[in-house]
Each structure stands twice: as structure tokens, then as C-alpha cells.
Design a protein around this ligand. Structure first.
Ligand code: BTN
Length: 241
């Protein structure tokens, strides 16, 4: 069960790093959470900002093979989206790792994996802006928090519990080969039906047609449907990662 063991810190460099350094001692499903991270990071090693008022945590998943592990990002995205919905927030998933509310990023997901002889260790890092009131100038117009969207403060552990319940449900689906979480990602996608720029061909906009059963983007390039294997896309001026 995910979250059966939760290791809490007041301050740590990064919850993903902590799991990486202690991977042999930790059981699958362990969650590591810290009030503050001094070196929290996201994709492309971008800094993940926090002021102690948000949720920053990581989940360790030990699997026997690498089959379809990238789908775990979608498991996490659907779980956070549903938890936000239960709390009254309408959010959309910007494939593959971001959750947006009113066109602004409220949550980022980082999947890292470590392979050894006998197992595959997946670390799912989740940063959800809960009670943050102010963002640095450089991200102010593209980031938001639950507080900024509702003028209401939330108990971090109430929000965490809702995410954990959903994570357990969708991780179970993943293990059984069911794709319920992908339906959530498709239904609440921020990119399906929109023109995006792929990171491999950044100047060219392509239409997103859907998400396939491997969690990859299906895009239309010159009238032909192509599967996109990259790790992110950007939309014109509305939102850029
Ligand atoms: C992204 O948007 O690029 C992903 C951000 C992931 C941030 C979380 S916060 C908890 C965990 N620990 C980290 O250092 N990063 C992830």
C-alpha cells in the first residue's frame, strides 16, 4: 500500500534525493515528505521553489521490470487532478507532468528511475502549490496555488491524504494493466485539440490528437498521425514551461 510508511522532515535538500540515497533501506510505497526543500528540483534540473507552505513529497515504487513505467507519471497526474477536484478545483493536465488551474501551473511531477540487477526503482516526486501566496517575479504569471485560486488555506495533510487515496487506486490499475488513469488524463487534458510546439521541433506547431495507451502524445504532422516520445511540449504565449 502506498503511504503505509511516511517519513517526514522539516528541512531536507530534496525528497527525491533522499529516496535515491536510501533506496536499499526503503520499502516500496514509502512516501518522503518535507516542509522545506533547500535544493528541490524539477525536470531539466530546474529549481522547484517552495516557502514551506506547499506539499513537496516523493513516492518510492519498486517494480520487477521497466515495462510501461513512464505511465506512472500519468498515474500521479490523474491522482492529483482527482484530489484537486474533490477539493473543489477544476484542473487540467498539461501532458505529461504538469497540472494547471486557470491556465497556470499548480503542480509539477518528476519521475526518476534507478535500475539495478533485480529491480526497477521509480521515484515519483510531486510538488503541489497549496498555501503559497506569492511567487518570484519570473514565474508569477505562470504559477498559481490553491490559496491564490480560492482565497482559502488548506491543511497539507488533508490534501496529501486525498492524493494518496487516488494514488493507491490508480497504482492498482497500473499493476493490473488497466488504464483508468489515462481516461482521466485524456478527459481533462490541457493539450488535446490544441496546437503545441514539440521540444524537438520547437518552431513548428502541431495539433494534438490524443494520448495513446502507452501514455504518448498523438500529434498531427502534415496530415499524418505521429506518436511523440518527448518529455514535454509548450503552448504559444499562454503558458511556457
Ligand atoms: C517539474 O515541474 O519539473 C517537476 C517538479 C517536481 C518537484 C517535486 S517537489 C518533491 C520532489 N523533490 C524534488 O526535489 N522534486 C520533486
Amino acid at each position: 500500500m502506498l503511504g503505509k510508511k511516511i517519513i517526514e522532515f522539516d528541512r531536507i535538500d530534496s525528497t527525491n534525493n533522499y529516496i535515491k540515497l536510501n533506496i536499499d533501506k526503503l520499502d516500496t510505497g514509502t512516501i518522503v515528505i518535507s516542509k522545506h526543500q533547500s535544493s528541490g528540483y524539477g525536470r531539466m534540473k530546474r529549481t522547484w521553489y517552495d516557502d514551506g507552505s506547499n506539499l513537496t513529497f516523493s513516492v518510492l515504487l519498486k517494480l520487477s521490470d521497466t515495462k510501461r513505467i513512464t505511465l506512472l507519471t500519468q498515474v500521479a497526474a490523474a491522482s492529483v487532478r482527482n484530489a484537486l477536484s474533490e477539493l473543489g478545483f477544476e484542473s487540467h493536465i498539461k501532458w505529461p507532468n504538469d497540472i494547471l488551474v486557470n491556465d497556470k501551473k499548480i503542480c509539477g511531477i518528476l519521475l526518476e528511475s534507478i535500475l539495478d540487477d533485480k529491480e526497477v526503482n521509480v521515484i515519483l516526486g510531486i510538488g503541489l502549490n497549496v498555501n503559497m501566496r506569492d511567487f518570484d517575479l519570473e514565474i508569477k504569471n505562470k504559477a498559481t496555488s490553491m490559496f491564490l485560486e480560492s482565497n482559502e488555506e488548506f491543511q497539507l495533510y488533508d490534501v496529501l491524504n486525498k492524493i494518496i487515496v487516488n494514488l493507491n487506486k490508480y497504482y492498482e490499475c497500473f499493476l493490473k494493466g488497466r488504464l483508468d488513469y489515462l481516461d482521466v488524463c485524456r478527459k481533462h487534458s490541457y493539450v488535446i485539440g490544441k496546437f503545441v510546439m514539440l521540444d524537438s521541433a520547437s518552431s513548428k506547431k502541431v495539433l494534438v490528437k490524443g494520448i495513446d495507451d502507452e501514455g504518448r502524445l498523438i500529434v498531427d504532422i502534415n496530415g499524418e498521425e505521429v506518436t511523440y516520445y518527448g518529455s514535454e511540449v509548450s503552448l504559444s504565449s499562454i503558458y511556457r514551461t
